[in-house]
Design a protein around this ligand. Structure first.
Ligand SMILES: [Zn+2]
Length: 260
C-alpha cells in the first residue's frame, strides 16, 4: 500500500523550467521542507490556478503531494507574486543572484526558517522603489552567511580574541576581523574601515527590513562588497556571480559616460 503524503507550506520559486507543453518543474524554497523540486501540472495554461504561483520569485502557499522522489503542486495560493521584479534590470539581477545562491548552497529537505524569511523580505525590498538594492544585496550576503553557519567574526580579533582592535584589517582565510597587532604577522589582509565593521555588526543584529533604512555611503558599500565577495568565494561552494555581470557592465558604461 502506498501512502500519499500531503503537506501545506509557504514557498518561494527559485527556478522554473518548462516541461512538456503546459507543465513547469519548480525548484521551491519552502518553510517546512527546505528546498524541494515539484511539478506544477498545467501551470502554463492561461486559466490555470497555478499560473501565478509558478512564476519566478513567487511567494505562495503550496499544497504539495509527494510522488516518488518528487512533489506535485496540487493547489497554490499566491501571497506576493513579486512579478514586477522581472521588469527592473537591477532588481531582477540581484533577485536572480540571491535565489541562485540559495538554490546552489542549500540541501534538499533541509529547513532553514531564518533564511526563508530573509529571502521573502529581501525580495520584498527589491520590489520597492527608493531602496538601495546594491547595499541590500550585501546585507543579504552577510545574513545568509550567518544563517548557513558561516558567519565571519566581527566583534573581536579572530586570531587573539582581543576586543581592542586598534586599526583592524579583515582576513577571509582567518574568517574575520584582525587587530592591528596580529595584522603585522598575517598576509593577505584587506583594509577595512571601522565604519564598515560597525555596519556589519548592525546588519548581523537587525533584520533586513530595518537594515534597508540605513544610509550607507558608496565607499562603505564598496568595502562591504569587496570583503563579502572574497569571503563567499573562499567559504561557500558553487557561488556564482554571473547574474551580476550585466549590472557590472551597465555600471561601467555609466562610468565611461560620466568620463570617470
Ligand atoms: Zn589579534
Amino acid at each position: 500500500m502506498t501512502t500519499m503524503i500531503i503537506l501545506n507550506t509557504q514557498g518561494i520559486v527559485l527556478k522554473g523550467v518548462r516541461y512538456n507543453e503546459n507543465d513547469v518543474i519548480l525548484t521551491l524554497f519552502t518553510r517546512k521542507l527546505g528546498k524541494v523540486v515539484a511539478i506544477a501540472k498545467g501551470a502554463k495554461k492561461n486559466k490555470s490556478s497555478l499560473l501565478s504561483s509558478s512564476q519566478l520569485f513567487s511567494y505562495s502557499n503550496y499544497t504539495l503531494k509527494r510522488q516518488g522522489n518528487m512533489y506535485r503542486v496540487s493547489q497554490s495560493d499566491t501571497i506576493k507574486s513579486f512579478y514586477d521584479i522581472s521588469y527592473d534590470i537591477e532588481a531582477f539581477s540581484y533577485a536572480t543572484y540571491v535565489t541562485k545562491l540559495i538554490e546552489n548552497t542549500t540541501l534538499e529537505n533541509q529547513t532553514n526558517n531564518r533564511l526563508f524569511i530573509l529571502l521573502a523580505q529581501t525580495l520584498y525590498l527589491y520590489s520597492q522603489q527608493n531602496v538601495d538594492k546594491k547595499f541590500i544585496t550585501h546585507a543579504f550576503e552577510l545574513k545568509f552567511l550567518d544563517y548557513m553557519g558561516l558567519k565571519p567574526v566581527i566583534n573581536r580579533c579572530v586570531v587573539c580574541n582581543n576586543k581592542e582592535l586598534g586599526k583592524p584589517t579583515f582576513n577571509v582565510y582567518e574568517g574575520g576581523v584582525i587587530c592591528s597587532k596580529c595584522s603585522e604577522n598575517i598576509e593577505e589582509n584587506i583594509k577595512v574601515d571601522v565604519t564598515t565593521i560597525k555596519l556589519m555588526e548592525y546588519i548581523l543584529s537587525n533584520d533586513i527590513l530595518k537594515c534597508s533604512k540605513a544610509k550607507v555611503s558608496k565607499y562603505i558599500t564598496y568595502e562591504l562588497q569587496k570583503i563579502l565577495k572574497k569571503y563567499l568565494i573562499v567559504h561557500v561552494d558553487n557561488v556564482n556571480f554571473k547574474s551580476l555581470s550585466l549590472l557590472q557592465e551597465l555600471e561601467n558604461i555609466k562610468g565611461v559616460d560620466k568620463g570617470e
